[in-house]
Write a new protein. Sequence first.
Length: 630
Amino acid sequence: MNYPLFFVIAFSMLAVMFYVIYEIEKWKSDRRVLLAIYIEGMMTTMNLGAYLYVAYHDLFLFLIINGAYMVFGLYAILNFENIKKEVIYPIFAFLMVLGEVFMGSLFYSLQTGLPATFDSSVENPWFVSVMIAEMAFTLILSIKGIDKTLRNYLIGLLLLMPWFPEIFHSYVIPFWASSAIMIGETILVYETLYNQRLRATQEVFTTLELMSIFALMMAGAFVYFLYSNLEIYDFSMIIAMIWFIYRAVAGPNHKKGNYLRDAKIAFGIIFVTFIMEFFMGGVLDFVEGVFSSGVSGFISSLTLPWLNPNTPLNVLWDGIDIIGTVLGSVWFLIMMGIEMGFLAFKKMLEIKVREVRVRMILMILAYAIYSIYLPSFSPVSSVLPYIPYMWSMGIGTMGPVTNSLLVGLIGTYIVYAILSLLFGSRNLCAVSCTAPLMYQGNFYDSLKVYNRESKAGRKLLSSKNTQIYRTLALSVSIFVLVSAIISYLNSEGIISFQIFGTDITMLIYFIWFDIMWYLLFISIPFLGTFACVTTGYCYWGVFNQAVSRVGLFKLKVRNPQQCVECKTVDCANACPVGLTDMRGEFIRKGEFKSIKCIGIGECVDACPYDNIFIYDVRNWLKEKFKGEKN
């Protein structure tokens, strides 16, 4: 291989493209811009023609392609009128990337003597290095003319460009690096939107474009593990490069919006991010060996029995199997924990009340230890079903209901019941469950405005047990109890009942918490936050909330008269569950108690008079043994 020649060719092309980028970015005159576009097109056709000559030894094609462009391209440029940036910029971005793809094809054929494929043209160090240099130069020239938000988006995208698997001859480092950068960029995106939430408009559509590119990248990586094919991944990288160049010179999307004022925008951002996270979780599970590679290997890694998808029911079952397995997988939970944990940590820094901050620290630690480390990595992971308090989410999580597991299962209910009696259901719904971490991040917590603004959210407001709540909570709880009895009788051989070879309680948990809960979560803009609480959807939460209702936990105020004089009602506005009637209860009774109150504590932190406090067993003990009253 003649590396000096390659360097000379690459450097020459890079120098020419730097000139083109400079002319487009500075736009000193229309004629100079058209000349730059003409030269850019010429470079593209030269690379294409040279590749066809080297790969197929066809000099005629080389001459025809370049000769035709010289004539017709020049004619088009000379007769081009009414030059508009919105036309020139996408042409410029597309031709730049296309030209370098052809250069990658040319260099591959020069190295190997073989025709290039799309993958070999893109998964090529010459193509990648030249594109990174051109993207970086474009950003440097345009950085003063773009706002901070777009600048940060472009820098994050630029950091993703080197990580092509074939260049590293391994998928581990590139996919781990890509995932880490995307996680960081996602956190940055959500932090940016949250910090700009009070603005009339934000770069929400530019954000949607970026997150869509990330989702396509991760989908391409996921497909690679199934079919050993990088075409979708490489295509996503090409799209990312074109988008980068275009946005660097054209600026952000001219359409604006605000995620707190438009439910559709908020949903779009959450949904696209969730698609990216779904595929990323699956990719990391492949990388770490949780899932086996290949279609058959992946099928063997699924939770439910795989059915031959010849009927609509089988297709539905297998689709549920795939989605639920990925969403319940360990690396999906780890990835989500990193993102949501950081956002929750940022929210915690805004909290003034020490008790609420302590609760949030416990929440973050509980996710890391209780939801991830103990079930997946700890020395006791194999015996968790037999340990009281470890049987998370109640019936169905760890396996069928059997005699050998009854101590762990019933013990879990007893331990949680005691904790709910003493401290309220906050021990689950605000600490050890995975839901509070996801709802309590600063971005997601700000979405509680939809508790009041969405049609469904308004129906779920206040502490009153609506017909929807009572019906759903009771129906689900009875259904789970009956299923547990069926599971137990089945395990004892008294009856024989399974659904496609799956225990009914395991199936309920799988669908209820690994699929439907996430549908609730991404539907925040239409249902409000903590819909798992406000609708009575979560049978495990309802149990703890019902016990808490008769326990010691409540909210109290030091001076009810202060609530009468309060003009802001910040307590109700801050409540992420949407309990809007607590002020009236404070005035009438001096305290507030509701099955829906899970002790998040934002009302305590939001009260401008430091008037609200949480009352539980700690206060009760002080009163009994020290005679103290708050």
